[in-house]
Design a binder for this molecule. Sequence first.
Ligand SMILES: Cc1cc2nc3c(=O)[nH]c(=O)nc-3n(C[C@H](O)[C@H](O)[C@H](O)COP(=O)(O)OP(=O)(O)OC[C@H]3O[C@@H](n4cnc5c(N)ncnc54)[C@H](O)[C@@H]3O)c2cc1C
Ligand SMILES: NC(=O)c1ccc[n+]([C@@H]2O[C@H](COP(=O)([O-])OP(=O)(O)OC[C@H]3O[C@@H](n4cnc5c(N)ncnc54)[C@H](O)[C@@H]3O)[C@@H](O)[C@H]2O)c1
Length: 471
Amino acid sequence: MSDREYDFDMAVIGGGSGGYAAARTAVAEGKKVVVIDGAEELGGLCILRGCMPSKALIQSANHQLTLREGDKFGLEVGNSRVNTRKVIERKRFLIDDFAGYRKGQLEDGRFELVRGYAAFVDAETLDVRLRDGGERRLRARTTVIATGSSIFVPEVPGLSELGYLTSDDILDMVDLPESVIVLGGGAIALEMAHYLEAIGKEVTVIQRSAHLLTGMDHDLADELEAALTSRTMRIECGTQLERVERSDGGLKRVVYTKDGAECSVEAQEILVALGRKPATQGLGAAEAGVELNARGGVVVGLDMQSSAENIFACGDVASSYEIVHIAIEQGEKAAANAMAYIDGSNDFQQMDYRLKLYGIFTEPQVAAVGMSEIEAKELGRDVIVETYPFNDHGKSMIAGAEHGFVKLIGDAQTKEILGGSVVGPEGCELIHEIVVAMSFRATAGQLAQIPHYHPTLSEIWTYPAEDIADA
Ligand SMILES: Cc1cc2nc3c(=O)[nH]c(=O)nc-3n(C[C@H](O)[C@H](O)[C@H](O)COP(=O)(O)OP(=O)(O)OC[C@H]3O[C@@H](n4cnc5c(N)ncnc54)[C@H](O)[C@@H]3O)c2cc1C
Ligand SMILES: NC(=O)c1ccc[n+]([C@@H]2O[C@H](COP(=O)([O-])OP(=O)(O)OC[C@H]3O[C@@H](n4cnc5c(N)ncnc54)[C@H](O)[C@@H]3O)[C@@H](O)[C@H]2O)c1
């Protein structure tokens, strides 16, 4: 096909964090781009039903938690009451603002925006089922798939019959149930559980794995579990879900097996937070020659190229890390590489996950960068691991931190910092010191020598850094 027969240099399917990053990267280089998004509301998951609304609610919850613990700081607060209508109103106000800004970016004329669902006819042709009716056929030299993910609900007998809530519901719910069983022990489950417990709801978390936060180092997960269960939260790990049924008292009952015994827990509602799945249904991946993995995700290499050479992908639909800043970097690389494909240079940029970063906004927060202890072991790396607890560190003792620690992983020979993690106050902020140190490939000794103001939470890193340097 000659260039003149294409409508666009690049079609981007999905206008969320990854898709928008891909589109703005390509138009900045003068390419003709179309963004296709089928959602009723523009903005993407992060803004509408992900990072931002969850953190808005958690901010209210954290203030309530502080009031609950006022006594510890000599404050006689009395019975503070949570007005969920106002909490949700505040969240809606913020989200409207963020979504309005993103909508403005998508509609400012740098690229064409088509509102509808796209499906491949072949690797260079897309049919779009338009939101306002009708269909439009587009031809694009390259395509970036950025369709995100949707909530995964496994088959559990009785679950769909009795009904359940998802994070989408909780994030916009004024009349919350008084008791909730949270299925899952990942980031979404724990952030929602933290929000609900902090504002006074009875919460039980049921997790399949032996530890919370599957994949993370167990000492981090266990410390978080200890902190959450020191509040009123109940957590059951190492379980297998059997069925959901109605109790005689009209509550929802989750029946599970633990240590070979059948157990059950009852509550007004069940929140399903058992993961998300890549959004590739109805996309016509096979028609375009785009290979999908067993989860339905687009298979890509570090260059974000799919098995169809002119089709790239980014974000939740193609990533094992469902994290916004990673979706954005993947989107930028996908677009840059699509342009390298167009100009024939095929000089592709590669993703580098050395500084992969993860954060969970519970209280205490959990955050990690780089290599975990589990990964170091799997890779057979000779490492030194040092930790330091918050309850032995001046500023955090003043702040009332009873739980948590920081952990550094250093190369045993060079002492280069390979990874860092934290469970503790402001953990998602504190981790960035280690991100910066690691990006410059600092050694533990170099980190320890950097001035740290006293008394601050940040100076806690100098203790494990000195221990690695001196080892
Ligand atoms: C409750 C919750 C909290 C989270 N908190 C955090 C956090 O604190 N930090 C963090 O880093 N990450 C967080 N995440 C994850 C983060 O939101 C996602 O990783 C990120 O938003 C994914 O961006 P994306 O561009 O891949 O997809 P999306 O933003 O979902 O964009 C995909 C777009 O594609 C459109 N689309 C889908 N199919 C089609 C089609 N066939 N045709 C046209 N359009 C289509 C959709 O309408 C959508 O607008 C959270 C997620 C959830 C659910
Ligand atoms: N703060 C953040 O950065 C943040 C916050 C929320 C979500 N996210 C992203 O969103 C994605 C989705 O989050 P999530 O928490 O829904 O998924 P997840 O995959 O992280 O966690 C799902 C949990 O449910 C458990 N599980 C799965 N099936 C089960 C079953 N049948 N019975 C019992 N337990 C079961 C798993 O062991 C796992 O721990 C994550 O990958 C995360 O990257 C990030």
